[in-house]
Design a protein around this ligand. Sequence first.
Ligand SMILES: C=CC1=C(C)c2cc3[nH]c(cc4nc(cc5[nH]c(cc1n2)c(C)c5CCC(=O)O)C(CCC(=O)O)=C4C)c(C)c3C=C
Ligand SMILES: [Fe+2]
Length: 443
Amino acid sequence: MAEQSTPKTPVPKTPAPKSPVSNTPASEPSSSGVVSRRRLLGTAGAAGLALGAVGGAAGYAAAPAAPTADRTALLNSVGADEAMFHGKHQPGITNALQAKGHLVAFDLAAGASRKEAAALLRRWSTTAERLMAGEASANDDTDVARDAGPSSLTVTFGFGHSFFARTGLEKQRPIALDPLPDFSSDHLDKARSNGDLWVQIGANDSLVAFHALRAIQQDAGRAAKVRWQMNGFNRSPGATTRPLTARNLMGQIDGTRNPKPSESDFDRRIFVPDAGDPAWMAGGSYAVVRRIRMLLDDWEKLSVTDQEDVIGRRKSDGAPLSSGTGGTETTAMDLEKTGGDGKLLVPINAHARITRPDENGGAAMLRRPFSFHDGIDADGVPDAGLLFVCWQADPLRGFVPVQRKLDRGDALSTFIRHESSGLFAVPGGAAKGEYVGQKLLEG
Ligand SMILES: C=CC1=C(C)c2cc3[nH]c(cc4nc(cc5[nH]c(cc1n2)c(C)c5CCC(=O)O)C(CCC(=O)O)=C4C)c(C)c3C=C
Ligand SMILES: [Fe+2]
């Protein structure tokens, strides 16, 4: 397993500056989807680093000076990478997958009105902006991330269907937020589904992610309480030198055919247009969140060949089965190609065949999941799988038609179970001095 081995000679991180990444993808995201703190500091580098620049903010200014070597190390580490809070779109949609994620839904307190909701979104936005910049939160920071840089932290906010009636904003509720249809294979736990508000937190450090989660929960105060919370993870930056897309807990390379920001129809597929309806959702997107348990004991009993037939791609490198022994992850899939026995090389019910946009009237989504593992059940079965998060301009032209198709006969369905579901309207990014959702709450 060459990609998991530790190189004998540590490879220094290339000090070349990364281009700053806003949340407005005009081109392919950078490998990290973030701006390096080294770049923010200009040429001053470690030598010119002002006291507290690691933590950055006033809240951390009293931190004892760390030895220069440590600071230099941080400047060259994943901790230094910073995602942008402000932008046309919220962070956490087009940024590269982070190693750690928390998904948390809140319900507004009984009696909390639009006014309390607006104040909450303002508090949350302030906290998200500060923490994403590597600063302490404004009130009673817990110090959990004190020694860390921003670590690519992103905090993303969304509104669920139930939010609008509770705040008297029914007229502003997008049609696209209408509840998802029932699917025959659903095994949904209502208590862990939906919610008035949704927050997605991602970071390349577990303490940074937890710190943000705790700050967001504290900010909620009496205005809202946690309805459900889920924790996930992905490959850590630097864990592999192979330029492959990440793997999921079934061992498959997952994400290969995601829409790319460089594609001309990317924005149209993923984001609500400027002239979209309702107006407050311009630049926003809809997140479908599904906790999908993987039936790993059954899956792992299959031979690798059978596992590959379920997906239609090679397990080792993600190449389509139609490419025979050659090809790579990015080789085009030939849906018609047959083997010597006359059978289709990519089986008719293979997951990667039936989820394709060209098999679903153009339906496309940006999948940005986290894996989860919540321990082992009493019967020895792992409670593990995928926190499937997908982004689209309209769920009726993204998730829904594809899931309908999967529901009718996906080879993968025998090995997974959808256990919870959420649909959230995620407004566009906040401009400087504004908070997320301001156009809805003060419009
Ligand atoms: C309704 C949408 C989808 C659900 C639910 C879903 C679950 C799911 N998928 C995998 C593993 C893979 N999916 C792959 C491709 C793929 N999956 C979807 C949609 C859903 N998947 C789409 C739209 C696509 C891309 C289709 C295309 O454009 O060609 C792949 C292949 C590699 C890739 O392109 O990412 C894998 C592997 C799991 C394990 C899972 C539930 C646990
Ligand atoms: Fe999939």
